[in-house]
Design a protein. Structure first.
Length: 153
């Protein structure tokens, strides 16, 4: 799979392509990492990429589809959360998955990292002293908006 092909697919179409063996989960994840490496320096949407995807159900409906989690409220066991704030320093690893994260894992999403948020999610834009500003992919002079700015970008 090439990045251009990957970028035309949403999660449902990508899951279908993996299921039909038109591509592999590993190829989709490689493309996601390639896109992150190319775009994140300009957009500042991703706060952390993991070395390997978090454990997930490979046979779930979205088995192997690359995914990023918002660094706010959602807890993934062993993954730190900083909530867009310097107050949490390097962040504390979550002791367990939140209910939503458990569902994401069962659905098969291959979580590759965390996205930026405004501090504690309390802003109309994703700009914080901790993470800086997240830019809009269609016009980097603009913001992505608040709370889910990194996810949106």
């Amino acid at each position: 799979m090439h990045l251009a092909d990957y970028s035309r697919l949403d999660a449902t179409a990508l899951a279908d392509a993996i299921r039909r063996k038109e591509t592999t989960a590993a190829e989709a994840q490689r493309c996601a990492r390639e896109a992150a490496a190319a775009l994140n320096p300009r957009l500042n949407a991703i706060i952390e990429l993991f070395d390997a995807p978090l454990a997930h159900e490979a046979q779930g409906p979205f088995g192997g589809v690359p995914f990023l989690i918002k660094d706010l409220v959602l807890q993934a066991e062993g993954v730190r959360c900083q909530a867009g704030s310097r107050l949490f320093g390097p962040g504390l690893p979550a002791p367990a998955d939140s209910a939503l994260m458990a569902r994401f894992r069962r659905a098969g999403f291959a979580t590759l990292g965390r996205t930026h948020t405004p501090e504690f999610g309390f802003n109309a834009t994703t700009e914080s002293a901790f993470g800086g500003a997240t830019r809009n992919p269609w016009n980097p002079a603009h913001s992505t908006g608040g709370s889910s700015g990194g996810s949106a970008a």
